[in-house]
Design a protein around this ligand. Structure first.
Ligand SMILES: Nc1nc2c(ncn2[C@@H]2O[C@H](COP(=O)(O)OP(=O)(O)OP(=O)(O)O)[C@@H](O)[C@H]2O)c(=O)[nH]1
Length: 499
């Protein structure tokens, strides 16, 4: 149902194959296409616009791990955002309020949307999955065939229907259904109201009158998912007049554009509880945002791959480094990894904005024209060392230093700064390792390599005094606000100074 969107996005994402953090241009190009694709999938303009805005914010400068491409990263961000919009706050969309038996469920919608079919499908589901005793009643007095249709479906699925009494009005039928449900020991009774070709006053008044006597626990709007924006308007109308608790989108098995789901959730704010996927009585499924998002993108594999790559890489790296740090080992390879990680996290600024108490500093850096140049130069210095030198920088004598600096096109004084930085970080690691018996280090590592930089739980898990002590150990003359003493190794305090 979302072929258009997936094909288009596939094309865009294929082009984004470079490594490194995502540049604004990469993201913008991709998002322009995403937006067109959303509109083509019948997502309404304001919804598409807001969607793009949210993704843009998350994607620009997003960290990219080694084993995935920026394109894959964008897919993941778009995917996550789709889920966020589709799911809203609902935890379990398929769960209905059917406490206090008999619980009334009111089914509303336009004619031909699939209301009667969905009533029966849902009754079958409640009976079979939840073991509920269900009674169904047709309130469609305008079309006697509709009442018979429900009766036939009831027999087919083994669910009772309220006997048809000719000449009764919908409110009277609703009252009779309630009485029969109470007397018969039913858990649920479902009221299938009459449909109209379009929304009209008479229809709304009739449904409102039924609602007032039945006081439904759930009022489910059944709409044809293929009608796109019309379905969204219908939902808005029914919600304003009757008040709905959820939506069932039918005909999602068709080959329509399907963007209605996204607009529906974003515009009405009502949860999509079920989707109809065919004419058969079993063709009703709980609405699963992950599945729909996967279908919209047609890229479930990539998303899983990205998640797996990130998780494995992060965990392996974190564990390996933690073991070394606990022993107080911190050589040039470790330093290089740290510097690379900093670049991936959006440079100094990006990293600091993720660290507790350092948001202010990140702001100050904003105007300071800092790029990743210094970090890259430091990495270049490390790269021009031999394997033995990286593992044990203590062996670096004057001649080696000259060779290394020359190889990286820098001065020996730059290399000395880098060496000092490595020594201080190594000392710090030793102290931190002893201090918290690994506890603090573990937190710090998880913060560096876990999801999304430094999580809030890191700040919570840390003793403020320990943070201060560590900050003091990290040295540096220009102390950072929010972290007691200086927090940056001296080599890094030269950031931003143009060479
Ligand atoms: N492919 C497909 N067909 C469906 C789905 N849900 C309902 N239908 C079909 O749509 C047609 C109309 O469904 P009804 O349940 O009679 O529609 P209604 O909203 O009750 O219509 P009125 O009773 O006239 O108000 C039937 O042929 C159903 O089998 C679905 O999810 N997928």
């Amino acid at each position: 149902m979302f072929e258009n969107l997936s094909e288009r996005l596939g094309g865009v994402f294929d082009r984004l194959t470079k490594q490194g953090a995502l540049s604004e241009d990469d993201v913008r190009t991709a998002l322009r296409e995403v937006r067109v694709a959303l509109l083509e999938a019948d997502v309404s303009l304001p919804v598409a616009r807001n969607f793009i805005k949210a993704v843009e914010k998350k994607a620009t400068g997003a960290a990219v791990t080694k084993s995935i491409t920026p394109g894959q990263q964008v897919v993941k961000i778009v995917h996550d955002e789709l889920i966020a919009v589709l799911a809203g706050e609902d935890e379990d969309p398929g769960k209905l309020r059917i406490d206090n038996p008999p619980a009334p469920i009111l089914m509303v919608g336009l004619q031909g949307g699939g209301k009667t079919t969905t009533t029966a499908k849902l009754a079958k589901r409640l009976k079979e999955r939840d073991g509920k005793k269900v009674l169904m009643a047709s309130l469609d007095v305008n079309r006697p065939a509709a009442m018979e249709q429900l009766e036939i479906l009831g027999k087919q699925i083994g669910v009772d229907t309220l006997p048809i009494v000719k000449g009764e009005d919908p409110v009277a039928i609703a009252k009779r259904a309630k009485t029969q449900a109470s007397l018969g020991g039913y858990d649920v009774y479902m009221l299938d109201t009459a449909g109209r070709l379009s929304i009209d006053e008479e229809l709304m008044a009739q449904v409102a009158a039924v609602r007032d006597v039945a006081k439904p626990r759930e009022t489910l709007l059944v709409v044809d998912g293929l009608t796109g924006q019309d379905a969204v308007h219908t939902a808005e109308n029914f919600d304003n007049r009757i008040g709905i608790s959820g939506v069932v989108l039918t005909r999602m098995d068709g080959d329509g554009r399907g963007g209605a789901a996204l607009s529906m959730r974003a515009i009405t704010g009502k949860p999509i509880k079920f989707v109809g996927l065919g004419e058969k009585m079993d063709a009703l499924e709980t609405f699963e945002p992950e599945r729909v998002a996967g279908r919209i993108l047609g890229m479930g594999d990539i998303v899983a791959l990205v998640e797996k790559a990130q998780a494995t890489l992060e965990q392996e790296q974190a564990e390996r480094m933690m073991k070394r740090f606990q022993k107080g080992q911190f050589n040039m390879n470790d330093l290089r990894m740290q510097l690379e990680q900093m670049i991936k996290m959006g440079g100094m600024q990006g990293m600091m904005s993720m660290m507790p108490g350092m948001g202010k500093m990140a702001k100050q850096l904003e105007g300071a024209d800092i790029d990743d140049r210094l970090l890259k130069q430091q990495i270049a210095l490390i790269n021009s060392m031999t394997k033995a030198e990286r593992a044990n920088p203590l062996i670096l004598q004057a001649s080696r230093k000259k060779r290394i600096a020359g190889g990286a096109g820098m001065d020996v004084s730059d290399l000395n700064k880098l060496l000092k930085m490595q020594r201080q970080m190594s000392d710090m690691m030793k102290k931190m390792g002893k201090m918290g018996k690994g506890g603090m280090l573990k937190q710090a590592m998880r913060g560096m390599f876990g999801k999304g930089g430094m999580p809030a739980d890191m700040a919570q898990g840390m003793d403020p005094k320990a943070i201060e002590a560590a900050a003091r150990q990290m040295g540096g003359k220009g102390g950072l606000p929010g972290l007691g003493g200086g927090a940056l190794p001296p080599g890094l305090s030269g950031l931003g100074k143009k060479k």
